[in-house]
Design a protein around this ligand. Structure first.
Ligand code: GTP
Length: 261
């Protein structure tokens, strides 16, 4: 309850003073005092109601900001998950692309990637009138390796031969698995004379290779057929000619290269 200010105290005192009883203004002052008193009470009530509203609004503001913070944290979490998901998809795409274009056993280009590259290089060779050579490489008597030592050791030999071949070809050449124990080498910007140097180096490197398996040491050789893309010729026709040259290399004793007509 509020206390009286000096004026109010003076009014209360005057009204209570018996000397003022019966004074003509005593009744008027008494009514005025009551009206003043009521007014003060109403103002106090209004102030209390207003304080109440303000505290409800404050509470609501606090809950709203807490809810906003929570939603923000949830959104951040969703964004992190989405980032991780996108990175996973990206890695998966790279792995898929790798799997669809590379040989699972040896890791080199598969027939699909070779064909893509052959198309591009044939186009470039035609447009700029540049030489392009293709060579087919086949491991000699590979069936004997499998038969004598088993398929697994045959696989190890394939992997090692591939490593040797990869080390011999140049940066812009592409060596891939054409099928079984047959490999194709695409040599852009390379004439027959230069390709022969690459193939002979490669043949010698494979001949020098020794594959160590348990207590055994295996040696293998390769035969090669070479063709240079002719004017207006398709790459598949050049590959057929390289294949025919390879057969000739086999017939002529293996561990050698032959060039197509
Ligand atoms: N281990 C293994 N062997 C394979 C793979 N792909 C093909 N081969 C084997 O390679 C052998 C190819 O043999 P052939 O085509 O008869 O020829 P070759 O014994 O190499 O004899 P020439 O080519 O005439 O010198 C077959 O025995 C196939 O099973 C492979 O991925 N792993």
């Amino acid at each position: 309850m509020r206390g009286h200010n000096p004026l109010e105290a003076q009014v209360v005192e005057s009204l209570a003073d018996p000397a003022h009883q019966g004074h003509p203004l005593h009744e008027t002052l008494s009514q005025l005092w009551e009206a003043h008193h009521n007014l003060l009470n109403r103002i106090e009530r209004i102030a209390r109601v207003s304080d109440g509203y303000q505290s409800i609004a404050r509470d609501r503001e606090l809950t709203l900001s807490a809810r906003f913070d929570k939603q923000l944290r949830q959104l951040e979490k969703v964004a992190r998950i989405s980032d991780r998901y996108q990175m996973m998809m990206h890695d998966l795409n790279i792995a898929l692309r790798e799997a669809s274009t590379h040989d699972a056993l040896t890791g080199i280009a598969n027939r699909r990637l070779l064909t893509e590259r052959l198309r591009e290089e044939t186009e470039r060779a035609r447009r700029y009138e540049r030489p392009l050579c293709v060579a087919i490489v086949d491991i000699d008597y590979f069936k004997v390796v499998n038969d004598d030592h088993g398929h697994e050791i045959g696989d190890s030999v394939l992997i090692e031969v591939v490593q040797v071949m990869e080390a011999q070809i140049r940066e812009h050449d592409l060596c891939g698995r054409w099928g079984g124990e047959e490999f194709l080498i695409v040599m852009p910007e390379t004439s027959t004379d230069n390709a022969i140097l690459v193939l002979e180096r490669l043949r010698q490197a494979v001949e020098a290779l020794r594959v160590h398996i348990r207590d055994k040491t295996l040696a293998v050789t390769v035969s090669l057929g070479l063709a240079e893309l002719g004017i207006g010729e398709s790459y598949s026709s050049a590959i057929n000619r390289a294949d025919t040259a390879l057969l000739r290399a086999k017939r002529n004793g293996r561990n050698r290269y032959e060039r197509a007509d």
